[in-house]
Design a protein around this ligand. Structure first.
Ligand code: FE2
Ligand code: FE2
Length: 165
């Protein structure tokens, strides 16, 4: 990620979504039985770090700001509820996917059930991104003013131990 992108926090979230789409594509390949150990290692690392931090950016920083800045007609409460539900399911699935991937690194074979879990997770990531890119981030773009964006950016930096402005 370009280091100063976090100064534009919504663009940063879009860029993280792009990385998640790449991760979903990589997971799909693993699900289709193309196992590349260094790729699998990177996937595990991504799911344990940046993927988890991104969910915290949304739930702990972006959502409270949206609740504060959106207008009633945005119906933001319902969207946040839907996305939070998906994150909850993701957290459970991520744990299983990581343990399957770690098993692969340890030399275990991928059975049909595991393959199915990985493919379904890849598909779920793609659907989740599509919703957030089409609704959540465009609303944030319209409603958050420069003050809110700077609060968001600073919270995201703090989460990554980066210096605030
Ligand atoms: Fe997201
Ligand atoms: Fe999300």
């Amino acid at each position: 990620m370009p280091p100063d992108l976090i100064e534009r926090p919504i663009d940063f979230l879009f860029a993280e979504h792009h990385r998640q789409r790449q991760a979903a594509n990589a997971l799909q390949l693993v699900g289709d039985s193309e196992v590349n150990k260094s790729g699998v290692r990177k996937l595990i690392e991504f799911l344990k770090t940046d993927f988890a931090i991104h969910v915290a950016d949304e739930e702990l920083s972006l959502f409270p700001l949206l609740r504060q800045y959106c207008l009633p007609e945005d119906n933001i409460g319902n969207l946040i509820l839907q996305i939070t539900e998906e994150h909850k399911k993701d957290k459970e699935t991520v744990a299983s996917v990581i343990s399957i991937l770690e098993g692969l690194l340890a030399g275990h074979a991928l059975n049909d059930k595991f393959r199915q879990v990985i493919r379904a997770f890849a598909e779920h990531i793609r659907q989740h991104l599509a919703i957030e890119n089409a609704t959540l981030l465009p609303i944030a773009h319209v409603r958050l003013d420069s003050e809110a964006l700077s609060v968001l950016s600073n919270m995201m930096k703090e989460r990554r131990n980066l210096r605030k402005q």
